[in-house]
Design a protein around this ligand. Structure first.
Ligand code: CTP
Length: 408
């Protein structure tokens, strides 16, 4: 796959393996990528900025600002600009700073600000690489969702032999190419996602609803869209916006509206994900006038009627080749209840979350889930950002089911 137009931010830190990086820059630029290079101060001892700026056709950045003219290299802008950040070679010091957020140079501040996927390719001497602190830092960086490009075994600059040798530039190039190829793995497929809460009107002023922010559903939509799928989100009232040309949002309010909108689209979608927190009940009677308070009545009862189960209704219409994924929010006997929902709603996969994990759940930017597949396979994630969780869910769908646009 060609890297034409891909924006790659390349961070170089102080390791002798930096001498290989000009070759990598050459490969990336020749393939059409736009490359911006950030060097740590130590990296400049191993390879010259002139070589890298010539090959990348961009000035090499090393400092947050130029003290002579005050010109400013914004780490936030750089982080936003990139489709991918690659830190190669990542020295032991840089790994430690990345792992603990010690942002004392432009490379680390940009890494912390970057919203794009980050790949890191460690390179150092054998004993440094094997040291428990280096290994712990690598494990932490992986747990934050960064992608490790593991060093190879071989002869090291010190003369020692073993792990610590930077992966070869042509292999790093292939890893990035296959990453972008995978990004388009959903091209031609259509996703239907319900998201957010539903609101069930009592009268023109009042309603019953829940705390759902829609963040998980929208994160799933963005992830699928970034991988090339066409996505329709049938969304209850939320304050977030979808910002991707592949995403269409249909705004609804009640569970019945949500079902009606999703039902129209279901037969043409390849994947249906029910991420909405649908109100299970609605008031039996909608009063078209505001209900007046009556202090004579100490207690007031609102009679409720069951709402349709959107997921179960649509799943019952599933055709061959379609994949249906539900969520299960559980507070007790979580796994057992989630498995019952998987069976009773005839799902291909259920994503279980509980309100027990601190920091996860409604309104939060974080989540921790267990994915349960029909064949019994279970995958538990750590507590991660909802966008990382979305990426893992979509990845699991891609890996577990044969998705083909011509199936429908
Ligand atoms: N769901 C739905 N329509 C409903 C209720 C739930 O589409 N009326 C979907 C949710 O979007 C979610 C899954 O069903 O994907 C499970 O929702 P959850 O609230 O966990 O469970 P319920 O089926 O409502 O059961 P309970 O509230 O008893 O746990």
């Amino acid at each position: 796959m060609s890297l034409a137009g891909k924006k790659i931010l390349l961070g170089i830190s102080g390791s002798i393996a930096a001498y290989k990086i000009p070759l990598l820059v050459r490969l990336l630029v020749k393939d059409g990528a736009e490359v911006k290079v950030i060097m740590t101060p130590t990296a400049r001892d191993f390879v010259t900025p002139l070589t890298l700026s010539t090959l990348s056709k961009n000035p090499v950045l090393s400092v947050p600002f130029d003290p002579d003219d005050g010109s400013w290299n914004s780490h936030v802008e750089l982080g936003n600009w990139a489709d991918v950040m690659l830190i190669a070679p990542a020295s032991a010091t840089t790994l430690a700073k990345m792992a603990s957020g010690i942002s004392d140079n432009l490379l680390i501040t940009t890494y912390l600000a970057a919203k794009c996927p980050v790949f890191f390719a460690p390179a150092m001497d054998l004993d440094m690489y094997l040291h428990p602190s280096t290994q712990a830092n690598i494990a932490r960086l992986i747990s934050y969702g960064n992608f490790l490009i593991a060093p190879k075994e071989g002869e090291l600059a010190s003369g020692l032999c073993g792990a610590g040798r930077l992966e070869e530039p042509d292999e790093i190039f292939k890893i990035l190419s296959s990453y972008f190829e995978k990004q388009l793995s959903l091209k031609g497929l259509s996703f239907l996602i319900t998201a957010g809460p539903t609101i069930e009107a009592i009268d023109p002023v009042r309603y019953i609803s829940n705390h759902s922010s829609g963040k998980m559903g929208y994160a799933l939509a963005l992830e699928a869209a970034e991988r090339g799928a066409r996505v329709t989100v049938v969304s209850g009232p939320v304050s977030i916006k979808a910002d991707h040309p592949n995403i269409t949002v249909i705004d609804v309010k009640s569970a019945q509206d949500m079902l009606d909108a999703a039902d129209e689209l279901f037969s043409t979608c390849n994947v249906f994900i029910a991420a909405a927190a649908v109100a299970d009940y609605r008031p039996s009677v909608f009063s078209d006038k505001k209900i007046k308070k009556n202090y004579g009545n100490k207690q007031v009862a609102i009679e409720l009627t069951t709402n349709p189960d959107i997921l179960a209704t649509l799943s019952a219409k599933k055709q061959q080749g379609q994949v249906v994924v539900g969520f299960a929010l559980e507070t007790n006997n979580a796994l057992e209840n989630a498995k019952i929902k998987l069976e009773s709603k005839k799902l291909d996969m259920i994503v279980m979350n509980t309100l027990e994990d601190q920091g996860a759940g409604f309104q939060s930017d974080l989540n921790k889930v267990t994915m349960i597949l029909r064949d019994g396979e279970q995958k538990e994630t750590p507590l991660l950002s909802k966008s990382m969780i979305a990426s893992m869910i979509i990845q699991t769908i891609v890996r577990s089911f044969p998705l083909q646009s011509q199936n429908l």
